[in-house]
Design a protein around this ligand. Sequence first.
Ligand code: MN
Length: 442
Amino acid sequence: MTTHLDETHRLDLVSWVESAQAADTDFPIQNLPLGCFRTSGEAARPGVAIGTAILDLGAVGRASLLSAELVALVTQCGAERSLNPLLAAGDAVLLELRRQVSLLLRADSSEGTRARSRRGELLVPRAESELLVPARIGDYTDFYASIHHATNVGSMFRPDNALLPNYKYVPIGYHGRASSIVASGGTVRRPQGQTRDDPSAPPAFGPTRRLDYELEVGAFVGRGNALGSAIPLGEAEGHIAGLCLVNDWSARDIQAWEYQPLGPFLAKNFATTVSPWIVSLAALAPFRVPALVREAGDPAPLPYLSDAANERTGGIAITLEVSLSSTRMRSEGHPPMRVSLGTFGTMYWTMAQLVTHHASNGCNLQPGDLIASGTVSGAAPESRGCLLERTWRGTEPLQLSTGETRRFLEDGDEVIMRGWCEREGFRRIGFGECRGVVAPAR
Ligand code: MN
């Protein structure tokens, strides 16, 4: 488990980047997430979020402010325009990068003094940058690890059989589509598809009328595993480079008609939005919590999905929020309205269990692969992570601040997801935003 605390987590660290000191920043010096960005006319390159700026790792490398091994990796990331070379280098190298970047950004280190004197070439304002999908994602897998989500959705689709008998034994997932993963801030086109609202009539083809978001946490795979080899639970977190937020856009009417017997297909693969920053498990170390304690009567996980360390610290206390803003809300000056607030600590399966299960048959995970948790829903109605649950299939519409109502997403709606971690004695860190606007069907 990646629960080790070191110098980089210290509450009293101060950065010479003034905006990193703001109490509400997602990116204090204790966070240091990796991303890929572009400024006008320049190629994509790797960077680290700090306050309202980005530390340009390419420029840091050219200034020889990192070790030779890290400069080589950062240069390779620039050439490939993705973080994959760094992710592939593995957790020890990523930890060393974190250590060196922390020193570079500190106000009280000699490394920091040198970096500060070159701030003009090393720092780029985030507001002037385009943030990209941080890795070249070869494969994308989506799980279903919230028992509240599984129970709620199951009870709508199968009233007599809400939670299927496999759920408490096997982490349920499906293979998603990597090609349609898009960066935060873009538009998502309302998909067309087959739906069949009236069981006595044939299906129709047209724009979905039940477009939804799904609030999820994603893990970027770092070091991979060879085809045919498994990943023991105790080693699983060593294969996770870090986490991001994921919006697994879903068309519920298409899903309901197509999902049996093989699971989601066109209802899900038209777009998936990811937040731009990969928050490392090292940065998340102060926020580890026990894995969800199973209810009396639930089966224990099978031995390959169970160990004491996972039970003790397999969970991560990330607070997760979804806000919604309609075209009319924006034009009338209303702020986005919070529609969900929950925590990642309530998942039935931990990220380590998902990784271990995924590779348990010898399936090879590769650097840059994205493994998403599934919709994060808690027990309380306010913590349900999609509109299908939040409005109970549209029967309990949400009231927006303009008086408009929402059962599912309308054209022009913007969905904004945020995630952050707080704990007494540590600096609050955040994930930044995962945003997307619904564009009308073509
Ligand atoms: Mn999903």
